[in-house]
Design a binder for this molecule. Structure first.
Ligand SMILES: Cc1cc2nc3c(=O)[nH]c(=O)nc-3n(C[C@H](O)[C@H](O)[C@H](O)COP(=O)(O)O)c2cc1C
Length: 397
């Protein structure tokens, strides 16, 4: 029989009170790239609301690995604030993970005031800057920065780190045959293209010395012609399983760079997206927004079909993500053999959703309408525009 999603579970060295993880939703609450009370409250709410674990996003491994210059990057100066955050989450009975990674071609070099890295020289239209082709030394530095970030996460009291290997961030940009046109040991064959992703995982695994859990957010497909396909992703996932560096994989899809709606499905908030940029980017977004934000129909558990292929081929714990909003879908995930579920928008809209589901069961319906107007709020202050959460009681911007 499938386990109860609300029952405790083990994730590597970690015991979680249930099998529900608040997925990464970049918070936009760190104006000085350091923890604020506001950021702590953002994570205290889902912790008090019943999740097993919340995920702090985004904890870049270096200044140039951020998608914006206000994001936290892992450095000793950030640790005291992060420790306050982990203590606040623990006081509510939940665990807390840090999403660590390097945004690669998605990084905003202009706002970071630091060079972005990519498998090849690559133009980022939002940053209006080129990312530099990463050299062997750059790759070694990124590996070391991941190890360092993971050690700092241990110092700060995190229970887990989630390595970002999706959405065309650096690890997945190297895996992409479309972006990675290198002809050296990191390009060409799938084995070569997967080297960076596998190296990042092993660097982190060695650094944490079994003290905390290590997971990765892995693209099953980019949703772009010429990008990562399910077949290739499955082979990569099998290698990651064999390498033994991960306690679980969270399965995702899409590209922040080229096809973001593949991640989310549902309505494309073109007008709201254009509104957060200054001209001429605003005009560009208005003109090309429908293409960039190509719509895909939303359905509950929209990644399940692909994820089941991974479940069938892998033995290790898997986290199902994408369009999980209610008890029935959670039960379905458990019955399909997934060990955990991860939820982003539904918990952004209602941080107390899990407590309500625990109390009232199947009749609880999420307030999230997948209008996706939360997406552009990452440029101001991340929130659900329908419920106002997690800012309830505060005036909305
Ligand atoms: C406002 C917002 C911010 C997000 N920020 C991140 C992020 O920093 N890192 C990441 O890997 N995914 C991020 N995501 C994607 C989610 O983690 C998740 O993959 C996606 O929303 C699908 O899950 P859902 O259907 O439960 O919302 C974000 C999503 C939203 C809505």
């Amino acid at each position: 029989m499938a386990p109860d999603v609300l029952s405790p579970a083990t994730l590597g060295p970690l015991k979680l009170r249930n099998r529900i993880i608040k997925a990464a939703t970049f918070e936009a609450r760190t104006p000085n790239a350091l923890v604020t009370d506001d950021l702590i409250d953002y994570h205290r709410q889902p912790a008090a609301g019943g999740v097993g674990m919340t995920t702090v996003a985004y904890c870049a491994v270096s200044p140039g690995g951020r998608t914006g210059g206000e994001q936290i990057w892992m450095r000793p100066e950030a640790v005291p604030g992060l420790r306050r955050l982990t203590e606040a989450v623990h006081a509510e009975g939940a665990a807390v993970s840090a999403q660590i990674g390097h945004a690669g071609p998605v990084a905003d070099a202009r706002s970071n005031k630091a060079t972005a890295l990519a498998p090849v020289r690559f133009f980022n239209p939002i940053a209006m800057r080129f990312a530099k082709k990463a050299t062997r030394d750059d790759i070694d530095e990124v590996l070391a920065a991941h190890a360092n970030a993971a050690r700092l996460a241990v110092d700060a009291g995190f229970d887990a780190v989630e390595i970002h290997l999706g959405h065309n961030y650096l690890g997945s940009a190297f895996r992409s045959p479309l972006i990675n046109r290198r002809d050296d040991e990191f390009g060409g064959s799938l084995e070569n293209r997967a080297k960076v992703a596998r190296g990042l995982v092993l660097a982190v695994r060695r650094a944490v010395k079994g003290q905390i859990a290590v997971t990765a957010k892995l693209n099953m497909a980019d949703g772009i012609r010429g990008g990562i396909t399910t077949d290739e992703a499955l082979t990569t996932a099998k290698w990651l399983e064999e390498d033994g560096g991960l306690d679980a994989i969270e399965l995702t899809a899409g590209s922040s760079l080229v096809n973001p709606m593949y991640l989310f499905r549902g309505d494309a908030p073109v007008k709201e997206f254009a509104g957060v940029f200054k001209p001429p980017l605003r005009w560009g977004m208005r003109l090309t927004g429908k293409k960039f934000l190509r719509e895909y129909p939303y359905r509950e558990a929209y990644l399940l079909r692909e994820a089941k292929l991974f479940r069938a081929e892998l033995k290790m714990p898997l986290i199902l993500l994408g369009g999980i909003t209610n008890r029935e879908t959670m039960d379905l995930a458990m019955s399909e053999g997934f060990q955990f579920v991860a939820m982003a928008r539904a918990l952004l809209a209602e941080p107390d959703l899990i407590n309500r589901i625990a109390a009232e069961g199947e009749q609880v319906r999420s307030a999230c309408t997948h209008c996706n107007r939360c997406m552009p709020t990452i440029y101001t202050r991340t929130r659900c525009v329908i419920t106002g959460a997690p800012d309830r009681g505060r005036p909305l911007q």
